[in-house]
Design a protein around this ligand. Structure first.
Ligand SMILES: *Cc1c(COP(=O)(O)O)cnc(C)c1O
Length: 416
């Protein structure tokens, strides 16, 4: 009997160290939040997830859907595309992002499975254990997750809330050492909603040029900027500094699930020749992006009208303004008005509250009492802030802010 049992058991199989050190900070913080005590009398309003499709008010453009339907029915795009992507689709991206100073061709574009995959390829091609990349703080958590997986160091430079979340350039400069391989910037940014003006982008380029470092530019929110701000790809401002710009359809076309992203290689005097080869080699690991969306891409870019993009932008701008207006009237909260993207960061003045000790505490109690879910700033490396995704329809936002306002009033310290 004993022996038989032994025969059936199997030794525990070990997972690799690199897999086990891979962790998503959002998941880690969110998993610590207890949803069991949520107020069941109030329907949940999740302002936490960076996915514009959650509420159903922001939908993909009909022309984009039609483009995918057509290529699907044609049965012409069911096979393996080249690992770097279909040439027509790469051309469409090249055309979209070419400027007269920086002309691009299909050879400068690699299509990827979402912008996340593009980021992974860029970090993998430049980094290895012992090397580091400079990343923004507060910032999108995936940058560090990928670096942890590679075994490289993600070194955080500070963004300044009082300067509309521009980079603390002195701090950035001070972090560079002989093991630094790249500067990663995110503009327009998640979670801050910052949009950098030309002068600031030039300051960043200057630092990269002096340090002889390439820039990885996460520009997935390109053109999601509010009136008065200009969306400038950083590569368009330098003839000298090599840039890997990453983007995709997810946010601007409101289709994150379609998983189509890209890397645009802005080479300068062949500085990136070997990197280009490395990226092409890495792209063969998963053979690139979904063939149907790739095949539809030229028509998606051609047929989705500017007026559709503008109407999405008008909604987002209205939601941003409304969010800022409501939040700035709540005691104990300090929102920072975003200049673009889909997010607003809100400072929590913990000393003004009786029983709120941190951003995690704030999110937990707001969820328990009001069923409104916001992500604690610690998910992004920003203590005592929380992030709101303002994609929800206006009535949902209004309800969420009514509840949040009551919550703040209830917890605030009353001064005698
Ligand atoms: C959403 C997001 C991404 C990932 O985009 P996918 O195409 O869905 O992989 C990358 N960077 C930032 C800053 C984002 O907010």
């Amino acid at each position: 009997m004993e022996n038989e049992k032994k025969k059936d058991t199997f030794p525990r199989i070990q997972a690799s160290a690199s897999s086990l050190r891979t962790s998503n900070p959002i998941r880690e913080v969110v998993d610590r939040i207890d949803t069991s005590q949520m107020n069941k009398n109030k329907p949940m309003i999740p302002l936490s997830i960076g996915d514009p499709t959650v509420f159903g008010n922001l939908n993909a453009c009909e022309e984009a859907i039609q483009a995918v339907v057509e290529v699907t029915k044609s049965c012409q795009a069911n096979g393996y595309p080249k690992a770097v992507g279909m040439v027509e689709a790469r051309s469409a991206v090249a055309q979209e992002f070419s400027t007269c100073h920086c002309p691009l061709t299909a050879a400068d574009v690699i299509l990827t499975s979402g912008c996340s995959h593009a980021l992974q390829l860029c970090l993998e091609v430049l980094l290895e254990p012992g090397k580091n990349v400079l990343i923004p703080n507060p910032g999108f958590p995936l940058y560090k997750t990928i670096c942890d997986y590679i075994g490289a160091e993600a070194r955080s430079y500070a963004l300044l809330p009082e300067k509309e979340w521009q980079i603390d350039l002195e701090h950035l400069r001070s972090l560079i050492d002989s093991s630094t391989k790249a500067i990663l910037i995110n503009n327009p940014s998640n979670p801050c909603g910052a949009v950098y003006p030309e002068s600031h982008l030039k300051e960043i380029l200057e630092i990269a040029q002096v340090a002889k470092l390439p820039i990885i530019a996460d520009e997935i929110y390109h053109q999601i900027v509010f009136p008065g701000n200009e969306s400038i790809p950083i590569a368009s401002l330098s003839q000298v500094v090599p840039v890997l710009s990453v983007g995709g359809l997810a946010k601007r076309f409101l289709v994150p699930g379609w998983r189509l992203g890209w890397i645009i290689i802005h080479d300068r005097h062949n500085a990136l020749a070997q990197v280009r080869e490395g990226l092409e080699r890495l792209s063969t690991l998963i053979m690139g992006a979904n063939s149907l969306v790739q095949a539809a891409l030229p028509n998606i870019m051609k047929n989705v009208s500017n007026s559709w993009h503008l109407s999405v932008l008008r909604s987002l701008h209205m939601q941003a303004n409304y969010s800022y207006e409501r939040l700035s009237h709540m005691i104990g909260l300090e929102p920072v008005m975003p200049q673009g993207s889909m997010y607003i960061m809100v400072g929590i003045q913990v000393t003004k509250f009786v029983d709120i000790e941190s951003d995690i505490d704030f999110s937990q109690k707001l969820l328990n009492e009001e069923s409104v879910f916001v992500l604690p700033g610690q998910c992004f490396g920003a203590k005592n802030y929380f992030r709101i995704v303002f994609c929800a329809p206006m009535d949902k936002l209004a309800e969420a802010y009514n509840r949040m306002s009551e919550f703040c009033t209830r917890h605030v310290r009353t001064v005698q």
